[in-house]
Design a protein around this ligand. Structure first.
Ligand code: NDP
Ligand code: GDR
Length: 371
């Protein structure tokens, strides 16, 4: 229900992340009041939102940030009482799959139990009948390949503590929908990237490396499994699907994917090509004899394969079937950003950032900044 000014109110958890920033832009454009949940951190954690917080950004005054944390239930209940949202988008998570093997308990708390804490806070604030809630579910729940392409009916077999935590969050959303008739929805989103992608996810790691190597800021990049396949789309297109999911008459779960899969190796080739560093591959990944594949440009190794970036258990192939999203949500990936265009956009953006980095280094030297 719109507020006194006739505007809908949304709350985004994980607003400081990649998707949070695009979703905030989308909702402000649609006239929403947007509340964002940021967690306390010792250093600045919302660079992706700076342009929106600028008073010259359209509807900037309708965007309000609040401190809370998914593992602090009291903070969630208080935030809900204050903001009274019509829609909640639960994007907060420890979202790095490899890191989840090193932080399994925290990942379970933030990415799994966090969803339960949020649902209970909605009930506790007396909003169970009013508020529609979106859960950022993931293709990582499919994990080990049982069926290709993966759809809403494909069984889950997660391969990481992150995937397992997200399966819990998925089912608790379904359970609260069935138990309390709450408007709880899951978007099972396949990988989506952008120039705002975190720097340790593989696409961004590659596009940054290609740009920085081209401009002489870095010699080489080390990667893990080059043969993993992912169904990659653009984050800006995917937040539109999130919004559409909450506008339906009935709460439901949807796979959101492009229906096209690409190897990490191919994404790497495209990126280095775009940066003007065409690659020649030596070897085929790490084999039993310890031979390490490398990518060379004009006889210089610019891509190395390192055991360090392999996971204890891998998701080898993700390829989503977006048929339901097309039919029900009217979300058509073939009309949206292709993976090739996505890659170009990311490399071009990282080229600009690398140029800025060079200017920064020069400036710091000139001003003798000691840090
Ligand atoms: P990001 O990692 O960029 O953003 C996650 C956000 O969650 C960050 O802003 C982070 O805060 C915040 N966060 C982490 N822990 C907590 C906590 N305990 N309390 C409050 N906030 C917390 O992820 P994306 O934007 O890429 O993804 C958004 C969501 O969608 C995530 O839940 C992810 O698991 C899921 N997902 C992502 C896909 C993708 O391909 N991008 C695909 C499918 C699902 P901080 O900025 O301070 O670190
Ligand atoms: P993923 O994304 O695990 O699919 O999770 P990521 O980009 O981390 O890995 C994709 C694939 O690339 C392989 N890989 C590497 N990955 C990283 N990060 N670093 C490397 O050096 C590297 N080398 C090869 C990985 O093994 C993997 O197969 C993302 C996250 O956004 C999740 O939160 C989200 O749920 C899923 O996408 C869908």
């Amino acid at each position: 229900m719109p507020n006194a000014e006739g505007r809908k109110v949304a709350l985004i958890t994980g607003v400081c992340g990649q998707d949070g920033s695009y979703l905030t832009e989308l909702l402000l454009e649609k006239g929403y009041i947007v509340h964002g949940l940021k967690r306390r951190s010792s250093s600045f954690n919302h660079p992706r939102l700076e342009h929106i917080l600028d008073k010259d950004y359209p509807n900037s005054k309708n965007f309000i940030l609040h401190y809370a944390d998914m593992v602090d239930s009291t903070s969630l209940t208080n935030l809900l009482k204050v903001t009274q949202p019509d829609e909640i988008y639960n994007l907060a998570a420890q979202s790095h799959v490899k890191v989840s093997f090193e932080l399994p308990e925290y990942t379970a708390a933030a990415s799994g139990m966090g969803a339960l804490n949020l649902l209970e806070a909605v009930r506790g604030a007396g909003l169970a009948d009013k508020t529609r809630i979106y859960q950022a579910s993931t293709s990582e729940m499919f994990g080990k390949v049982h069926e290709v392409p993966q759809s809403e009916t494909t069984p889950f077999h997660p391969r990481s503590p992150y995937g397992v935590a997200k399966v819990y969050a998925f089912w608790i959303f379904v359970n609260y929908r069935e138990s309390y008739n709450m408007f709880c929805c899951n978007g099972i989103l396949f990988n989506h990237e952008s120039p705002r992608r975190g720097e340790t996810f593989v696409t961004r790691k590659i596009t940054m490396a290609a740009a920085r190597i081209k401009l002489g800021l870095q010699d080489c990049v080390s990667l893990g499994n080059l043969d993993a396949k992912r169904d990659w789309g653009h984050a800006k297109d995917y937040v539109e699907a999130m919004w559409r999911i909450l506008q339906q008459d009935k709460a439901d779960d949807f796979v959101v994917a492009t229906g096209i899969t690409t190897t990490v190796r191919a994404f790497c080739e495209w990126s280095f090509n775009r940066a003007g560093l065409p690659l020649r591959w030596e070897g085929e990944g790490v084999n039993e004899r310890g031979i390490v594949a490398s990518g060379e440009h004009e006889g210089k190794v610019v891509v190395k394969v390192s055991e360090r970036f392999f996971r204890p258990a891998e998701v080898e192939l993700l390829l989503g079937d977006p048929a339901k999203a097309k039919a029900v949500l009217g979300w058509h990936p073939e009309q949206l950003t292709s993976v090739e265009k996505l890659c170009e956009e990311m490399v071009d953006a990282d080229m600009e950032l690398a140029k800025l980095e060079i200017m920064n280094v020069e400036m710091k030297k000139k001003l003798k900044v000691p840090y």
